[in-house]
Design a protein around this ligand. Sequence first.
Ligand SMILES: [Zn+2]
Length: 517
Amino acid sequence: MKKLLLLALLAALSLAANAAKTPPKLLLVVVVDQFRYDYLTRFGPEYKGGLARLLNEGADFTNANYEHFPTVTAIGHSTVLTGATPSVSGIVGNEWYDRETKKNVTSVSDDNTKLLGAPGDRRGSSPHELLVSTVADEIKLANGGRTRTIGISAKDRAAILPVGRMADGAFWFDSGSGNFVSSTFYYKTFPDWAAHFNDSRAADRWLGKQWTAANDPTKVLRKLDAAPGKGYYDNLERTPFHDELIEAFAEAAIDAEQLGRHDGTDVMSVSFSATDRIGHQVGPNAEEMHSLALWTDQTIGRLIKYAEEKAGAGNLVVAFTADHGVAPLPEYLHERNMPGGRIPETTVLGALQSALVQRYGEGKWVVGYSGPAPYLNLDLIHEKKLSYEEVQDFAADVLRSVAHIFRVYTRQQLMFGSLLNDMVDRRVRAGFNAERSSDIFVVSDPYWLFEMSGTSHGTPWTYDTHVPLIIMGPGLKAGHYNREVAINDLAPTLATYLNVQTPSGSSGHVLLEALER
Ligand SMILES: [Zn+2]
């Protein structure tokens, strides 16, 4: 009898162990564009929806930073499920200068694709610039493609880059038509369910509506046009209503693609952009950001609830993060006796061009940019029989002399060493890709911006790199973990949790605290 009991107990135990090892049916990745880490702490006590749940039931890493420079949308989104830095992933900016074609390209623009879902014959987008695998790709590589992967956002890069090259579909918003669109990279023809969603004119639900402050309904934050059109859709993207639209489209995608119902783990990435669109205008200390964060909490709550219902209880794992943070408005800081200000980008680059002309003669010395980082005209340098190293060093010296520039790096320096091993040098080096990056990298002093209005991000400083990182799901250990970790750690952690190969370019480390098994 005792022996039988023991056997039954052993069988039950091994069943439990196996159950815990069966990965959930759906991985939901939620990215909120420009959601600073402190939006969790400053507004946390007021959250009641999805963010409250993530904070209470998830494994919350309170000191998670990006480990690259520049901290921009495309790079952040490409890091989430690859664990790779730009040096390896190839995604070195939102846009860069392509030396081969001598043209500026965006991180996802693809001349070989067409846009689907909106009128006109327009170029589409794809993940063809992404050189590494994602967790979603590894799941598909392991199971022979039995599962589904879908990416959704307002922005093409934020829809496409998280899910990667084997994704079944990516959808983003076209403010010209008010439609969700995709590209021929994913589909021969636009899927019926998505066309049906567009035909319902879901984006027109908020015509003439006002967005008011969370704690004061008489305070109007934004008012929308009464008639549909590009003006209305552009403004809609600067309200929390647009995040609601994204959420509604995500629900439609879950149903149409039967996410959470396949033999293995399906992946859905949803990136909300209103925080970024509004944040650039007003900065992190405006009432808009407080009101918007409370709205985001509700929107994410609805999405998690819907995904959970469809995948089934105990079959959903959620990862929550942001693609970068943002600096306070320089004027806001200035009034409070804090450092910060604006360095006109045109002044910096104008100074560079005129110094190069003065020293080496007439010519177009800079052929392209990635943010404020210049690409030198190699043909001209060659034509004038100059030394590339010398021109590069001279250009760097010119930029170093500009006030409130913290450091300037040359390509030679980044390729062949002579770097410190401090935080800034490490992040700049991780952002440098020998094929695609500019010849010179420029880092401003903390709180100094190259923009002349509003605020921005892009620096290696903590207000741009420190973002939320929470994972919540069956078998993950809830808690607040204060150790310093990188957003690059998310991908290898999810890969380990889901029993698949670590993505090809990952430089992250597994977040052991979160894994119970
Ligand atoms: Zn962004």
